[in-house]
Design a binder for this molecule. Sequence first.
Ligand SMILES: Nc1ncnc2c1ncn2[C@@H]1O[C@H](COP(=O)(O)OP(=O)(O)O)[C@@H](O)[C@H]1O
Ligand SMILES: [Mg+2]
Length: 306
Amino acid sequence: MIKRIIFFVSLEVSFITYSSFGIINDQHDFILIKSQSLKNSYISYVQSQNGKIFIVKQKRHRSVHSRLCIVRDTLSAYIAEKVRIPTNRVCIIPPRVYFLGKKFMDEPASLHTYAPGFTLREQPSVYDDLYVQQRWKSRWSYEQKGLTVEVIRNMARHPALPLIVALDTFIGNSDRHDGNLCYDPKTDRFCGIDMDDTFNKNLCKVARDHVRAMLDDVNLIFSFQEVAGLRQYMLTLEKLIDKFTPDKLQKKLDYFVKRVGLTSSRMFNNKSVKHKLSEYKIIMVESYEDAKKLIRLLDKLIVLHT
Ligand SMILES: Nc1ncnc2c1ncn2[C@@H]1O[C@H](COP(=O)(O)OP(=O)(O)O)[C@@H](O)[C@H]1O
Ligand SMILES: [Mg+2]
């Protein structure tokens, strides 16, 4: 049954952030459409007065790791938005701030714009067999990881895909499976979601190594459409490194870390938080350097196949 609840977004900081989502009043009338308890997360669908649907997401476990997931999801979506890559937008609902659909009020949550359509997993479509995931798990050989020829051929199937794949390479997202990619057949639009397992691996280096091997492969042939996809992928990476130097990314990371309440002395003194944050920052620097090298190799590959 649909529940109608009036609630107050009390904190000024929250007001500022939500306003960029078109939630402009500090007093809001939202409707809870449904709440789901999934394997890893609680997902609530809420509708604002003007009819817009948003997702409220919280991980099932209250932990420092869950807070770091919110930070990384928000940072990834922020990057995508600035470079106009089609993904959901995300903002942080801080701990102790009431929001309809939030399961644990004392924990932070994330508020997401609604990705139209359904995930590829939830619907039959012409993209049933699409594969654009840059694998990372240890069960795969190095050749099977990251940007492969298979991913390049697949991303050529729709103009939005090279943008999303370039984003994933840049942020180290190896989780772009069919449950994290929405497609709306009515508008023929893709929208990426769920980018919380990021900044913890260098997919730019893997892509760089693979593209170098592709340059030496005399049997490799790319179609016209595949070369066009590669060009789009390269241009998107160029935009990303132009806009997001490691220094900028690190500052944004620190800002979002504060928003999820990880700077309270108890949590910040947690060794694993400090360690994880410094790890992400190192990866940001390394990925950036490898992305520049990757772009040079992609340029050569495109010339070779044109
Ligand atoms: N922004 C969104 N728009 C539409 N559906 C979403 C959105 N975010 C999540 N969902 C739905 O909730 C499911 C779980 O969300 P997801 O962010 O992938 O969480 P998890 O980390 O548990 O995989 C998705 O597969 C999708 O069905
Ligand atoms: Mg998911």
